[in-house]
Each structure stands twice: as structure tokens, then as C-alpha cells.
Design a protein around this ligand. Structure first.
Ligand code: 6PG
Length: 222
């Protein structure tokens, strides 16, 4: 919050879906947070989307809109992944064009990251965004956004996801992980096992926000 306030130019935040960030989204709509965010110059993106209608309860950006964006952010600053396209691949192409036009270039300049902040979660199989273990999307290095025809975990709907290089182009990447059911997978991720959530890193800073219940044994008391 303080970093946003001291940054006088446009700010780009990439949100995540899933259940972990909902409390944070609720907080952003309440004072004192709401009054400290310069809503007119903050732009909101989403790291992955379920390929369902924008008003479907499963839609990630729809969830963020209902909880805080629609009440707080100017409509022009909300950048959802389109899901009214013929397929996830076309949605991915359209979102990639939107990101490139927002960024103003077709290639990443490490000195000028795409996002100021990228929020991430960790799924039960070690996925992050909609980058699932052993899926081709995880190896993508050219494209910024790709379609994922089939999900590896619930909900089993096709997905659209930013790729590792696009997610990495940020000043800060913040993983939020909570609950005892996440402890086993988080242990594997933090041990450096080859999983998408272990491979997703910011070119700037990567920060882990983990509650006590999810914290692996060997990190307790540190
Ligand atoms: C999605 C998400 C996904 C999520 C993780 C963690 O569309 O499901 O973007 O990557 O962040 O699965 O989800 P939870 O917070 O619900 O555990």
C-alpha cells in the first residue's frame, strides 16, 4: 500500500483467483485501505481465468469484481481475461494483445516490469495461476498468455493463463497460502521440487505470506 502511494505513475496489479485472496480483496474495499488507494491510476489484471462466462460464480475476475473492484475501481481500469471468445486460445491471444498494448512493447525490458505486484496462490497439486504440473504451458517462453484446454484440478473447466515470463515481469510477486491442507504441498514447493509454484518467481522480489497452519515443519520458529 505504501509503495503504491509513493509511486506517482500508473500502477499495475495482477490479481489471482481461488479462495485464498478473498479476505484480502474484502479488506481493500474497507477503510482505511480504500481511502489510501489512488484508484484512478491503479490498473487491475488477472493471472488466470476459468473459461466460463463473466457472470459465472467460478469466474476469477468476476469474484474480484463482486468483492471490491466494481465498487472501488473505475471500469476502464479493470482488465478481465475475455471469456466470450470461441475458445481459450482466442481469449489468450486477445489478452496478450491487451497486455502488450498496456505495456507499450512486445518484449519485456527487465528494467521496466509489466506489473508492480502479482498475487499468486498454490494449488493442491503445486500449480499456480493455471500452470499445472507437466502441462506444456509451463515451458512456454515466447507467449505471454496461453489457453489451457483442460484443468488438472477442480473446477474442471478450460483455463486461460499468463505464462511464467509474463508473471515474472513484476516488481513484487506475493504468494498467499493458508490452511493445514496446504502444508504438504507447500513443503514440496519450498524444498524446490520441480512444480509450477516453485518455478514462478519475480524478476524483482518474491514474497511468501503463509499462515501458521500451512507453514512446513522446518520453517516453524524461524
Ligand atoms: C484458480 C487460481 C489458482 C489458485 C490456486 C489456489 O483459478 O483456481 O487462480 O491458481 O490460486 O488453486 O487456490 P485456493 O486459494 O482456492 O487454494
Amino acid at each position: 500500500m505504501a509503495k503504491i502511494a509513493t509511486n506517482n505513475s500508473r500502477v499495475a496489479i495482477c490479481l489471482t483467483g481461488g479462495s485464498s485472496p478473498t479476505e484480502l480483496y474484502r479488506l481493500l474495499a474497507t477503510d482505511p485501505f480504500r481511502s489510501r488507494i489512488p484508484w484512478d491510476r491503479v490498473h487491475w489484471f488477472i493471472g488466470d481465468e476459468r473459461f466460463v462466462r463473466a457472470d459465472d460464480p467460478l469466474n476469477n475476475m468476476g469474484m474480484a469484481r463482486r468483492i471490491f473492484l466494481d465498487r472501488c475501481a473505475p471500469a476502464a481500469n479493470i482488465h478481465p481475461i475475455p471469456t466470450d471468445t470461441v475458445d481459450p486460445e482466442q481469449a489468450a491471444r486477445r489478452y496478450e494483445s491487451e497486455l502488450k498494448s498496456f505495456y507499450g512493447a512486445n518484449d519485456f525490458d527487465p528494467a521496466r516490469p509489466l506489473f508492480d505486484l502479482v498475487l499468486m496462490g498454490v494449488g493442491p497439486d503445486g500449480h499456480t495461476a493455471s500452470l499445472f504440473p507437466d502441462y506444456p504451458a509451463i515451458e512456454e517462453i515466447e507467449r505471454w498468455v496461453v489457453g489451457v484446454p483442460q484443468a488438472h484440478v477442480e473446477p474442471f473447466v478450460p483455463r486461460v493463463t499468463l505464462t511464467l515470463p509474463a508473471l515474472a515481469s513484476c516488481r513484487e510477486m506475493l504468494f498467499e497460502v493458508a490452511g493445514a491442507q496446504k502444508r504438504a504441498i507447500l513443503t514440496r514447493v519450498l524444498d524446490g521440487e520441480n512444480l509450477p509454484a516453485s518455478r514462478a518467481r519475480s524478476t524483482g522480489e518474491t514474497i511468501w505470506l503463509v499462515d501458521q497452519a500451512a507453514l512446513p515443519e522446518n520453517f516453524r520458529g524461524r
